[in-house]
Design a protein around this ligand. Sequence first.
Ligand code: ADA
Length: 566
Amino acid sequence: MMNFYPQYPARKIYDLAGAWDFCLTDGAADPAVLPEKIDYHEKLSVPGCFDVLPRYAGRRGTAYYRTFVRTTPGAKLLMKIFGLGTWGAIFWDRQLVGIDEHPYAPVELEFAAGEGKMHELVVVIDNRFDFVRQPLVRELYDFYCYGGIYRTIELHEMPDFALDRAQVTTTDLAKGQVAVKLFVKGAADGEKLQLVCRFDDEKEKTLDVAVANGAVAFAAELADKSAWSCEKPALHTLEISCRGDELVERFGLRIVKAEKGKIFLNGKPVKLFGFNRHESHPEFGAAQPLELIVEDLDTLKDLGANFIRGSHYPQDQRFLDLCDERGLLVWEETIGWGDTIKEQSDAHFAALQLAQQKLMVKASFNHPSIILWGFLNEADSWVPESRPLFAAMADYLHQADPTRLVTYASKGGSGDLNFDLADVMSMNCYAGWYPVQEETYRPLGDLQKLLDVWLQFRRDAGFADKPYLISENGAGGIYGWRDRFHGHWSEEYQADYLAQSCDVFLHSDDFCGICFWVYADFRSYSTSRAVKRPRAFNNKGVVDEYRRPKLAYEVVKKAFHDFSGR
Ligand code: ADA
């Protein structure tokens, strides 16, 4: 199950994780057409990525995953696919019931079970690069785009009337007041509903409400007004039942604001210090076992981090649940990596970006850990043609969720044209690693020079009041490569680099935070771009891909702990 608490306790829900029949082909002409005969000759794990298995390592093609599901005859079904990649077609009893074009994002499909009890479910996964079919991933991306069913799939037997989601927003922190927007299915606009609601372990209350645009809204005041914070991550629950369906939402009371160049959590300025993290592991690809997520979060806590950027795609809900419980602050974003104007102006790419934001916000709205929404990592933001998509993305987020801050990680430097659209200016910064001048020996000093230029730009552009976050910064260090010269790629160079960065960013009031690139090494290019990525991995982790600490680990840990213990 995807949630740590039963979100829909009254429904019959099937968790489809298990061993599915499997067949990989080099690539079907049209993966949305199911062949007559498929040679299912083995069983593979779902969730799982086929292209990390020794026999299929690095393979791209069309894969067929099949399982059989027993349902109530004639049931109305809702399928929740919590994340697959890089493209999927879903067939129920050989009928196409949906296409999932959103790698990593939670997608929902509704269809009828049909007669009979046993049904064949086939999920076709295609991980070939094909900009026309799947513009959201490209060879250029500096992270390996795995093929598989990354996260579990749930099948819900749906009642005619259903409670879909409730978004809970803190309106008055001290009074414990919230606004609730409950989305329902199967009730016409104007229809009256009687809701039975309960916050935490309070007494149930009955509310009479009317449906408008598929939703109802109400306000409430909690008896327990404990706020969510990094130090004390108090969580609350709201249970709603109505006409036989039940919904449980978990949320936190907290308020996030950006003012005078700082980020405020519950009225107090908060400095962000932490890491970017990819959902990637050499043995599991993008299908993370819960043990791995838990271990990573324990390690990030040990490092003293209070912030994680979920780079570069919508995150696993279990990871977000755990961040809620552990008081870690999160940036969640849509998938993207260095998308140029060519991609941005492609109608399919733009539509998928916008659609994916909706899926992300819908799934993650109640996580108090998320304080920042982001999009389009390092997309060309220094050309005027980038404006329409950047504006559409930022506008949607502001309108769909005014309770969080909007940002994007830029590599545009002083040439960025879209920072006015963001609440927080975020810049990826690699001075001292990627060379300005190839002849410089250990160019660590480049960092401060570049920052001076950027800070001047911020003042000149009139953005002094916008919090300024360094969303990426880091240097490559190959695990086990120790060098008395402290040369490039050694653990020593990386440790020296991050020590300097901690000094600069943690103690400067000009920056609201530092998010190092990256927590763990991860597989990257499978093209000749890998000449810049020894081992075809991105080696900027403070732990390697098996989570073994490098020299930089202790350096950052000490700096983070010293800083937070000041
Ligand atoms: C960029 C990008 C990251 C990674 C990094 C690097 O900033 O956003 O995904 O590619 O550079 O390692 O160079």
